[in-house]
Every structure is written in structure tokens, then in C-alpha cells.
Design a binder for this molecule. Structure first.
Ligand code: G6P
Ligand code: MG
Length: 211
């Protein structure tokens, strides 16, 4: 019986991956190399600085720490420009209905994301009020697959991990939830998310079960 539901942000609630991609690609172009959508797959669920490290590896560049900080800031400025225009219609199908339904059943809801822009994105999407706790990149330091983000979310909800279910689209996130000891619903393809208890294509598939 689920008492708490913890949602990853990107790929579960909203497709911000495309904006991360556009911003990283612009940065790569400035640095003089190409960054493809396939390269971008490696950045999903990965923190900002680790993403930059991978991007620089793709471009075959080695830069001093100070320069890396500046590049990460510049990428984030581009990204923030994109998400400032996020529309409520970009909420992935079924998300608002599913979260509202859970609340009606008394299930507590948390966000568990690596993003430092998470609170801003929830506001833009008009769903901030549906969350009892928001655990994001401003609160935790260890990236998924470390369980810190989900353990913190359980604690903020006042629940044990065994009472919570994590909804995740990235393999690193599924591994983090496993390590935390929560239940796991994988969002996406079973080939990538095989460790989850259940895999669905999107939150919309869960709507029928919850009514
Ligand atoms: C999520 C996304 C990653 C992103 C990370 C940090 O995990 O899947 O692609 O790099 O958040 O996001 P931020 O908004 O703090 O740069
Ligand atoms: Mg994700």
C-alpha cells in the first residue's frame, strides 16, 4: 500500500531534456564542436557539472576548473531562458490528473530531482501546490544512483522508504530508488528500466489503475 509517491522531474513530469539538449548544443557550438541528440542521452539524470564533464569529453577538450564553472553557468543561463517560456500544456499526459487523484486518496507527494531549477519549473507548470515536499539539486549533493535524493524525500514526507514508490525514467534513478529501498515504477522502456517493479510508457498508463 503506497503512502508516498516520489516523482523524478525530467522525463516523468515534463520533457525538459529537449531544452537541456538545446542549451548544451549551443555551448558545444560556441566551443567549436558538434553535440548530437545521441550524445545527449548520456546526460539524462546526470548533474550539471557531470554533464559538462561528459560534454567536454565528447569535444575532446580539457579545461581548468574555473573555466568549467563559467561554462556551466553559461549553459544554465541559456537553459533558464528556455524554461522561462515553459507552458502548462508541456506537462506530460496524465500527470496533473494522476497527482490530483493520489492527493484525494491521501497519498503524500514529493519531487526527487537533481535539478537546481526544479522549484521554478513546478511553478511554471502550475503544479507546485500538489507537492508536500520538493527535494532537488539545491538540497542534496550526491547524484543518482546515490539514494540520497529519495531518502531525503521519504524523510521530508515522514514515511519509511518501504511505504513509498518512486517514479523514474532514468536507469541511474531506478538504481537510486533500489538503493533507497522504495518501490519503483519505471517510466519508459523495459530494456532500460528492467530493475523497476513495473514499467509503463508514461504516467497516463497509470490513470485507469488509480480510479
Ligand atoms: C536532471 C536532468 C539532467 C540535469 C540535472 C541538473 O537530472 O535529467 O539532465 O543535468 O537535472 O539540472 P540543472 O537544472 O540543475 O542544471
Ligand atoms: Mg528523469
Amino acid at each position: 500500500h503506497m503512502k508516498g509517491a516520489i516523482f523524478d522531474l525530467d522525463g516523468v513530469i515534463v520533457d525538459t531534456a529537449k531544452y537541456h539538449f538545446l542549451a548544451w548544443r549551443e555551448l558545444a557550438a560556441q566551443l567549436g564542436f558538434e553535440f548530437t541528440e545521441q550524445d545527449n542521452e548520456r546526460l539524462k539524470g546526470v548533474s550539471r557539472m557531470e554533464s559538462l564533464r561528459i560534454l567536454l569529453e565528447v569535444g575532446g577538450l580539457e579545461l581548468p576548473e574555473e573555466e568549467q564553472q563559467k561554462l556551466a553557468e553559461s549553459k544554465n543561463a541559456k537553459y533558464v531562458e528556455y524554461i522561462s517560456k515553459l507552458e502548462q500544456s508541456e506537462l506530460l499526459p496524465g500527470v496533473r490528473e494522476y497527482l490530483t487523484g493520489l492527493r484525494e486518496q491521501g497519498v503524500k507527494i514529493a519531487l526527487g530531482s537533481a535539478s537546481k531549477n526544479a522549484a521554478f519549473i513546478l511553478e511554471r507548470l502550475g503544479i507546485a501546490g500538489l507537492f508536500d515536499a520538493v527535494v532537488d539539486g539545491t538540497k542534496v549533493s550526491k547524484a543518482k544512483p546515490d539514494p540520497e535524493v529519495f531518502l531525503t524525500a521519504c524523510r521530508e514526507l515522514g514515511l519509511a522508504p518501504q511505504e513509498c514508490i518512486v517514479f523514474e525514467d532514468a536507469a541511474a534513478g531506478v538504481a537510486a530508488a533500489k538503493a533507497a529501498g522504495t518501490g519503483i515504477v519505471g517510466i519508459g522502456r523495459p530494456e532500460v528500466l528492467g530493475e523497476a517493479d513495473q514499467v509503463v510508457a508514461g504516467i497516463f498508463e497509470l490513470l485507469a489503475d488509480s480510479q
